[in-house]
Write a protein that binds this ligand. Structure first.
Ligand SMILES: C[S@@+](CC[C@H](N)C(=O)[O-])C[C@H]1O[C@@H](n2cnc3c(N)ncnc32)[C@H](O)[C@@H]1O
Ligand code: SF4
Length: 451
């Protein structure tokens, strides 16, 4: 049996395997968490702590067919203005609840397209945030930027507000692919946006590209990656295109017969990966690449890389608060998610309530499993001594858990008294091996914990 067939049998090409940006994953959140729990968790943050903040802007001018993000199209500023008012009210309410002296270690504006805010709206939003939690000494402020939806005035406003990391959506540079995914964005548009960002002294630049797109071939992805490399991004997210037309209806416009086969997807990833490695980028976890001097690469080399809702991070804050519709907050006690629909979120805030409607309280062996999964997703390795110390388990109990959980992958992973390791050849299986540690995974009905 060929290696690829074996990998397929282990579930490699199963599109439904989570990316584990949280554990448990969001579909397992329950309605047990409401604003009362959220308020309690906020009050438990120590005075003077550093926290992170995520602000969600669920609007776009264009609705790209490939996009699986929850976002709504608008050609006018009216809904955006109304939403900004809600965000400011939510931030003010948060300010009244937060303990004293809290500062920000990370601030991220995501979406949707935060850059569709007019410059004065960006300034107002930044001021509302600074009022409740100013930046800490080494803070990072990142913004998702659609190169088609940005100009000098908006970048001036972002730079003045302290943006020091820009994250731009590229996807692919090829014309035919762009047309088939409903995302037209010439190389010149991307290059101009990057030049404008750098001219304003923004130190770091991330770019998102996709593999597994319709009509994508090894030759095409090679050309796109080379074009991207010519723009010198500090970090690249190389995501596999998730084709889920039953959830993201826009994707029905995508020619599914032009999608690469699962085997071809694997080769597309490999082709792109090799180009980044040749160009001396460090490989970060399952889908990121970064220059060796970038914070993520340094964190990975020092064993400090973490996973959060934005993917990989070197953030050390215990608390991440999500503001805006659908945003998720993470506390040492659990997760809390705001109402997904903008209308429900708005109604709650206008009523003087946080819109938190779902979440999860950590219990049982959640924190242990969360750490095991994070270690695999970040380092492809679980260190028995670390787990044994952190969770007060005997090394033999840790070993027994690793051994029983990864039995189906025995011929792909390395397990010894020091721990578990996924060798390079088996890295495409990382999410599937991580899923074996997921006690909430429905494919494991009747699963009994080994602990
Ligand atoms: C919120 S969007 C990007 C921000 C901005 N609106 C833009 O388009 O440039 C974040 C990223 O999610 C990724 N993404 C969206 N839909 C996806 C899908 N179906 N499969 C994989 N990645 C996807 C894209 O790479 C996209 O750049
Ligand atoms: S890719 Fe960006 S601009 Fe396009 S629909 Fe998604 S969030 Fe909006």
């Amino acid at each position: 049996m060929g290696t690829k067939t074996q990998l397929a049998e282990l579930g490699l090409f199963d599109a439904k395997v989570p990316r584990y940006t949280s554990y448990p994953t969001a579909p397992h959140f329950t309605p047990d968490i409401d604003q009362n729990t959220f308020r309690q968790w906020i009050s438990a943050i120590p005075d003077g702590a550093e926290i992170s903040l995520y602000v969600h802007v669920p609007f776009c001018r264009r609705l790209c067919w490939f996009c699986a993000c929850r976002t709504q199209g608008t050609q006018t500023d009216r809904p955006v203005e109304a939403y900004l008012k809600v965000l400011k009210a939510e931030l003010a309410m948060l300010g009244e609840t937060l303990p004293r002296g809290v500062r920000l270690s990370r601030l991220h504006w995501g979406g949707g397209t935060p850059t569709l805010l007019q410059p004065h709206m960006m300034t107002e939003l930044a001021e509302a945030i600074a009022k409740i939690a100013p930046f800490g000494p080494n803070a990072e402020f990142s913004v998702e930027i659609d190169p088609n939806e940005v100009d000098g005035a908006r970048l001036d406003a972002l730079a003045a507000a302290g943006m020091n990391r820009a994250s731009i959506g590229v996807q692919d540079f090829d014309d035919q692919i762009q047309q088939s995914i409903g995302r037209i964005q010439g190389y010149d548009v991307t290059r101009k946006a990057i030049d404008m960002i750098r001219t304003r002294g923004v130190q770091s630049l991330n770019a998102d590209i996709l593999f597994g797109l319709p009509h994508q071939t090894n030759a095409k992805i090679t050309e796109s990656v080379q074009k991207l490399l010519s723009l010198n991004p500090d970090r690249v997210a190389l995501y596999g295109y998730a084709h889920v037309p039953w959830m993201a209806k826009r994707q029905q416009l995508i020619p599914s017969d032009a999608l690469p086969t699962p085997q071809e997807r694997l080769e597309l990833f490999e082709t792109a990966r090799r180009l980044f490695l040749w160009d001396n980028y460090a490989e970060i976890g399952i889908d990121h690449f970064a220059t060796k001097t970038d914070g993520l690469a340094i964190a990975q080399a020092e064993g400090r890389l973490k996973r959060n809702f934005q993917g990989y991070t070197d953030d050390t804050s215990e608390v991440l608060i999500g503001v805006g519709a659908s945003s998720i907050s993470r506390f040492p006690q659990g997760y809390a998610q705001n109402a997904p629909a903008t209308s429900a979120h708005t109604a709650a805030i206008r009523d003087g309530r946080f819109s938190v409607s779902r979440g999860h309280v950590f219990g049982g062996d959640d924190k242990l499993r969360a750490r095991l999964i994070e270690a695999l997703m970040c380092d492809f390795r679980i260190d028995t001594a670390e787990i044994s110390t952190q969770f007060q388990m005997s090394p033999s109990a840790v070993h027994a858990l690793l051994s029983s959980t990864t039995a189906p992958f025995k011929s792909h992973v390395k397990l010894d008294k020091f721990g578990l390791f996924i060798p390079e050849k088996a890295r495409p299986l990382t999410r599937i091996i991580a899923r074996a540690f997921d006690a909430y995974d429905l494919s494991k009905a009747g699963h009994s914990s080994a602990i």
